[in-house]
Ligand binder design. Structure first.
Ligand code: SF4
Length: 443
C-alpha cells in the first residue's frame, strides 16, 4: 500500500514518525510525499498544549478529505494528542478516523495499516509499554544529512505545567550500544549531524541497571562516529539544569565532534516561580551552572526556553527573569506564554495571570533577546566558521548552520558562493551579522 505520513510537533515525535515509516517500508509498503496519492494516511499528532491539539484536529479533518477526493481508504491517527484525549470519545468525535494509536502503540503501525477488519481500532496500551530497546533500523529520516536520535523516552519529573509524563510514561533509556549502533548506521548512510534527544537527556541512564552515564554515552558515540566520519557533528538537546553534571559539561567541551552547544531549558529565573513549577533548582543554582559552563568553554553557545505568565507570577518575578536574561546573555532563546489546561497540576494553582499579561511579558523578553542576539552575532564578524550546508534557496546563495545554531529553533548562516553540496561542511568567512542570522562567503 502507498502511505503518506504527516508528522506534527517536536523532533522526538518526528523520530517516531521516521521509525514508523521504516517499519512500513520494511514490511513492503511504499512511501509517498503527496497525500492525494496515498491509500493510507497517518497523522502523528502533538498534544503538548491546546493550540497543538487544535492544529492536529484541523489537519486530521483536512486529511480525511482525501478519503473523498483522493485514494485514501484508511486514516490512522497516532501520537500525543490521541494519548492526551484517549479517555474522551475520540471515535464519535472523529468518525473519519479508522484507527487511533496511543504513544505506547506506534510500533504496532504495520498491523494497524494492514488490518482488514473494517472496524475502527483504538490501541492505548500503557504509555510505558513501549519497549525502547531494539528500536528498528533503518528508519526513514526526513533529511539525508541530519537525524535526531532518541536516547530515552518518558520522564520521571513532575513539572506542574507539563503533561509529557502522562503522555510518554516514566523514563526509559536505550542502551549505549543501541544508540551508538544507530548513530553509526546513520552516519554510514550520509547523515552529518546527529542530534541526541529525549525528554531530559541529562537524566539519561538513571533507569538502567547498572545506571548509564551520559558522558560515557557521548564519549563512546563521539569516538565511533569520528572513526567513520571525523567531520560529522553530534549535538545534545534538552538537558535539565539539575542533572546536567560537570562531567557532562566537560565531556561536551572536550570532544571535538560534539558541538559545544548547551540547550538548558530553565523555564524561569525567579526561585519562587521555579518552586511553583516543580523544577528543583534555584536562581543561584542557575548562576553556578552557567558560570561553570563559561569557565570550561568561554565560547560555548547557550540556549534556553522560558515560560511567562505562569500562575502566581508577579511583576517582580517577571523582572527577575528579564534581568537574568540580560545578565546571562543566552546565544539562543525561546519563550512561551503559559498555556493553561484543566489536566495540568498548575491549573489548580492560585493567582492565574491573564493570558494577555503572559503575552506582553513574552514579547518583552523577546525584544530584549533580539538586542542581545544581535550583539552576540557581531563577535563572528571577520571570523571563519564551519557551516553545514542545508539548502540552496537561490542561485549563488545557500542556507546552513554552524555548531552554535541548532536545527529548526535557531538562526541560519547565509553562504554566498556556488557549487556547494547539500549535507557537506564548508568554511565561511563571516562578513555580515543580523538579529538572529549571520552571513558570509566561502573562505
Ligand atoms: S522535565 Fe520536561 S518533560 Fe519532564 S515534566 Fe518537566 S517539562 Fe515535562
Amino acid at each position: 500500500m502507498m502511505i503518506y505520513l504527516e508528522s506534527l510537533g517536536c523532533c522526538r515525535n518526528q523520530v517516531d514518525s521516521e521509525v514508523m515509516l521504516g517499519r512500513l517500508e520494511a514490511a513492503g509498503h511504499g512511501i509517498v510525499h503527496d497525500p492525494s496519492l496515498a491509500e493510507v494516511i497517518i497523522v502523528n499528532t502533538c498534544g503538548f498544549i491546546s493550540a497543538a491539539s487544535s492544529e492536529a484536529v484541523d489537519i486530521i479533518l483536512a486529511m480525511a478529505g482525501y478519503k473523498k477526493e483522493g485514494k485514501c481508504q484508511r486514516l490512522v491517527v497516532t501520537g500525543c494528542m490521541t494519548e492526551r484525549f484517549k479517555d474522551d470519545d475520540l471515535v464519535s468525535e472523529l468518525p473519519e478516523v479508522d484507527a487511533f494509536l496511543g504513544t505506547g502503540a506506534c510500533d504496532r503501525i504495520v498491523d494497524v495499516v494492514e488490518d482488514g477488519s473494517g472496524k475502527t481500532l483504538s490501541l492505548f496500551p500503557d504509555t510505558c509499554a513501549r519497549e525502547m530497546q531494539g528500536l528498528p533500523l533503518p528508519r526513514i529520516t526526513t533529511l539525508d544529512h541530519l537525524a535526531h536520535v532518541k536516547i530515552s523516552e518518558g520522564c520521571n519529573r513532575h513539572c506542574t505545567y507539563c503533561i509529557i509524563p502522562q503522555l510518554r510514561g516514566i523514563q526509559r533509556s536505550r542502551s549505549i550500544e543501541e544508540v551508538v549502533a544507530e548513530g553509526e548506521a546513520l552516519v554510514r548512510q550520509g547523515v552529518r549531524e546527529i542530534v541526541l534527544v529525549g525528554e531530559n537527556t541529562s537524566d539519561y541512564g538513571v533507569d538502567l541497571e547498572p545506571a548509564g552515564d551520559l558522558s560515557v554515552l557521548l564519549t563512546t558515540l563521539a569516538e565511533r562516529i569520528a572513526s567513520i566520519a571525523p567531520e560529522a557533528w553530534i549535538r545534545l538537546l534538552y538537558t535539565h539544569p539539575s542533572s546536567l553534571s560537570r562531567e557532562m559539561i566537560e565531556a561536551v567541551a572536550k570532544l571535538d565532534n560534539v558541538c559545544t552547544y548547551f540547550d538548558v531549558p530553565i523555564q524561569h529565573a525567579s526561585s519562587r516561580m521555579l518552586r511553583r513549577m516543580g523544577r528543583n533548582y534555584t536562581r543561584e543554582d542557575l548562576y553556578d551552572l552557567f558560570a561553570f559552563i563559561r569557565k570550561v568553554d568561554p565560547d560555548a553557545a547557550l540556549r534556553t526556553t522560558l515560560i511567562t505568565g505562569f500562575p502566581g507570577e508577579t511583576e517582580t518575578d517577571f523582572q527577575e527573569m528579564l534581568d537574568f536574561v540580560k545578565e546571562i546573555r543566552f546565544d539562543q532563546l525561546g519563550v512561551f506564554a503559559y498555556s493553561d489546561a484543566d489536566d495540568l497540576k498548575s491549573h489548580s494553582l492560585k493567582d492565574h495571570v491573564p493570558e494577555e499579561t503572559g503575552e506582553i511579558r513574552r514579547d518583552a523578553i523577546m525584544a530584549a533577546q533580539a538586542l542581545i542576539s544581535e550583539e552576540i552575532n557581531e563577535k563572528y564578524l571577520d571570523r571563519t566558521v564551519t557551516v553545514l550546508v542545508e539548502e540552496n534557496p537561490d542561485e549563488g546563495i545557500y542556507l546552513g548552520r554552524t555548531g552554535f545554531q541548532a536545527p529548526e529553533v535557531d538562526g541560519f548562516t547565509f553562504v554566498y558562493g556556488s557549487g556547494l553540496e547539500i549535507g557537506t561542511f564548508v568554511r565561511v568567512k563571516i562578513n555580515d551579522t543580523h538579529e538572529y542570522d549571520i552571513s558570509g562567503e566561502i573562505a
